[in-house]
Each structure stands twice: as C-alpha cells, then as structure tokens.
Ligand binder design. Structure first.
Ligand code: ATP
Ligand code: MG
Length: 419
C-alpha cells in the first residue's frame, strides 16, 4: 500500500481481471469495424460550452455531473462526460461531412468522467465504446446500429438483456406534445425541483423513477399519439428492419433518456441482473445536434455502450469469457543457460507464441513456481548439460510429462503443440 488510493468513485483495472475489459471492447468494436465504421479518438477534455450546448443545459450531466476546470491560460474546459458531442465536433472540424459520401461512420473507445454518487455500476470514471453515423436520415442506419449492438452483446454471451425502443418525434411534432405534457404536469402535485424540470424539459419527468411521481403520471398524454406522419412512418420502418433481422425489442413509450439532443429513434439496452444501474448502453437519433454546436444540418444517429456495466452484466449471468492464457510457454534457465533460453523466448514471441522467462536469478524451485503461476501450458527447462547436448527439456504442465527436444526444433514443436 502506498499513501494514496484511487480517487473516490474510480477503480483500477488489474490483471487478470483487466483482460475482460479488453475483450469487451473488442467484442463491441468488432461488428462496427466490419460495418464501415472508422476509428476516431478525441481529447479527454473539451471546451465546456461544447457540452453545455451539445448535451443540454437542463441535463443532469451538465448541471451536476461535469468536471470543469479553468486552465492557467483562462480557458474553461470540461473532462468529457460523453462521446457524441466530441465526435461530432471532430468530424465537423475535419470536414469529414464534405469529404465524401454521407453518412460518416465513426466508432470510439475511451474514458468518460461524471461527478456522480458512486455505487455499483456508477462511477466517476468509466469507459464506453460508442458509434456515430453522421449526416444521413435513413431508418436503416438506426436499425443497423441497434442490430450491431445486439450482435456485440450476443457474441459476448449475454442473453438477459432487453432492447427498449421509442420515438421522440421531431421539431414538427415534439413541441406540440411538449406543451400538452406541460399542461398536464402543471396540474400535478410535484416537488419544487420536478416542477422546475417540467418547465425546462418536461419529457424527463416521464422518466422519474419515484413511485409517487409515476402514480400521478397515469393518464399523461403520450408522445405516440402526437407523432407526425413522417415520424410515425420512420419509426415503423426502423421497427420493421430490426424485426426482420431477428432482433427482439420492446416498445417503451416512456423512454426519453437523459440527453437533450435526441430526436425520433431512442433506445436503451437494459440488463435485468444489474439492480438499479440497469442500463448497459443507449443511444438514438440526434438530428439537431450539429446545428446546436454551430455546424450545418446533419441528421445523425449513434449509441454508447458502457464497458464497466457490460462486465458486471457478464458476471451477473455467470458468463466466462474465452480469454487465452497470458503465457503459453515459460522458460526456466539453470546454470549458464539463461542467454540461450532468453534468445529462444524472443524467437517464440516473434513466432506469435506467448512466452515468458523467469527473472531475478532464481534457482530451479523458485523458477518453477514462476512457471506455475504464469499459467503456461508448457515449460522449457534447460541447464548446462542440456545445452551441451543441443536440447531443452519440454515439460507439459498439465500432464507433468517431460521430454528432450532439439534446440533447433523447439519453436516449431511448440507452435504445432499449441495450434
Ligand atoms: P444512467 O441512467 O444509468 O445514469 P445514462 O443515461 O446517464 O445512464 P448514457 O449517458 O446513455 O448513460 O451512457 C451510456 C452508457 O454508459 C450507460 O448505459 C452506462 O452503461 C454507461 N454509464 C453512464 N454513466 C456511467 C457511470 N457513471 N458509471 C458507469 N457507467 C456509466
Ligand atoms: Mg446518468
């Protein structure tokens, strides 16, 4: 223990556990990389106004959760609380929307920061893999993203997740609904903060988890009854395409999600084994966001999946990921054999075999302990006499069998045995 600990609400990823995080990131990005999405990486911080405008002044993220700082030069920055605003900013700055065909399809993976009350599945530093398809209004794009996320979770072995789907309407029909809902909410007995929320962002009140609020919401006007024909047709097409792909979903008319910028399609992936932090990922269409941050009209859709909660979901379902052993071959050098075995280990690594060697001048017993701890399938043991005969002892760590193998053939023999 040092004097220091990881800051409140954060945790370290330590081997072998950390391998799960890499596997989850790979599994989520895999389907994207096969679907025309290019990798994008943006800074860990941005101008605070990008999020204030891009995520929305009335959201929890902007009002309570952002880590903000003023630089020595006087710039107001925020650690990124989410990915979409940054990725869109980067795409606009690089003029990707003018470079060729639309949509611009991008994926990302990284750390995000929110000042939240830490609890299981809710941290102040967490990681997401996300995807954005920028500049096209096409129900097939919304469907594609939902299908790819479903595929990612299934590849990982997750089964007990559900996809919740809704449409939030567009700038034609949503304002009409917003007013009807506001009128309804004004007639309720709500606490001060909720009354304020009802004025700024009434749709978010529908999302209130408190039973005393939910009870009063019975009979509230539903957006479904206000959707314009274009939004209705669009939503029906998204639903049909997902259904045709064999991906099951549930219509959830109350799903509004935390971010202000969503239009039309919104969706959330929830896992039933996670308690109250049940959302493993979410996303939707954000047709107005580009203009909100000073860009041209670029209808877009995207999602972000939480890596931390996905790992928790895997644990909740008891899914063991198929993670290859960190080390396949471990070398134990005796006498003067170290340089030769060190060279052999280098060769094995070049040949793509995960190999390691005992360090620190240990004797046979200590070095064999290292070999055991490494989880290696094979150990190569050699001393001066073996080398004089041009061989090493190859030990199968599972069966305990041991045999001499010519030094010149070890790499090939091991490659074949491990294939
Ligand atoms: P919640 O309703 O749980 O606060 P959110 O709507 O704020 O989630 P998004 O902004 O949609 O979440 O982020 C997408 C995903 O990122 C979430 O579904 C979740 O898996 C993950 N995520 C968000 N906030 C956190 C956090 N504080 N700690 C861990 N994971 C998080
Ligand atoms: Mg949140």
């Amino acid at each position: 223990m040092s004097t220091f600990k990881a800051p409140k609400g954060t945790y370290d990823l330590i081997p072998p556990y950390s391998a799960k995080y890499l596997a989850v990131r790979d599994a989520i990005s895999g389907p994207l990389r096969l679907s025309g999405y290019g990798y994008v990486e943006t800074p860990g911080f941005e101008d605070v106004d990008l999020f204030a405008r891009g995520v929305g002044e009335s959201t929890d993220i902007v009002t309570k959760e952002m880590y903000t700082l003023t630089t020595k030069g006087g710039a107001n920055l925020a650690l990124r609380p989410e990915g979409t605003a940054s990725v869109l900013r980067a795409a606009l700055e690089a003029n990707l929307h003018k470079a060729g065909g639309l949509p611009v399809k991008l994926w990302y993976s990284g750390s995000y920061y929110r000042y939240e009350r830490p609890q299981k599945g809710r941290y102040r530093h967490f990681s997401q893999v996300g995807a954005e398809a920028i500049g096209a209004e096409d129900p097939a794009l919304d469907a594609e993203l939902i299908i790819l996320a479903d595929q990612a979770y299934r590849t990982l072995g997750l089964r007990n997740f559900r996809i919740l789907l809704n449409s939030l309407g567009d700038k034609e029909c949503r304002p009409v609904y917003r007013e009807a809902l506001q009128a309804f909410l004004r007639g309720l007995d709500l606490d001060e903060e909720t009354v304020r929320r009802a004025e700024i962002n009434p749709l978010r009140v529908l999302d209130d988890k408190r039973p005393e609020v939910q009870k009063q919401l019975v009979g509230a006007p539903m957006l479904r009854d206000y959707l314009c024909d274009a939004c209705k047709a669009y939503h029906e097409e998204v639903r049909a395409l997902i259904t045709a792909a064999g991906v099951a979903f549930e219509d959830d008319e109350k799903l509004v999600r935390g971010l202000d910028y969503y239009t039309r399609t919104t969706f959330e992936f929830v896992h039933d084994g996670l308690g109250s932090q049940s959302a493993v990922g979410g996303g939707g269409r954000y047709d107005g966001l580009s203009e909100m941050i000073g860009g041209p009209a670029l209808p877009s859709v995207g999602w972000a999946l939480g890596v931390d909660r996905t790992v928790l979901a895997l644990e909740a379902e008891g899914v063991e990921l198929d993670i290859p052993a960190a080390t396949s071959v471990f070398a134990v050098a005796l006498g003067e054999a170290k340089p030769v075995l060190f060279g052999l280990v280098t060769e094995l690594r070049k040949a793509g075999v995960a190999a390691d060697i005992s360090y620190g001048g240990k004797g046979l017993k200590g070095a064999m302990k290292d070999a055991n701890r490494s989880g290696a399938r094979f150990a190569i043991v050699a001393g001066d006499r073996d080398l004089a005969e041009g061989v090493v002892q190859l030990k199968d760590m599972e069966s305990g069998e041991q045999s001499a193998v010519a030094l010149a053939e070890v790499v090939e023999v091991l490659r074949t045995k491990l294939a």
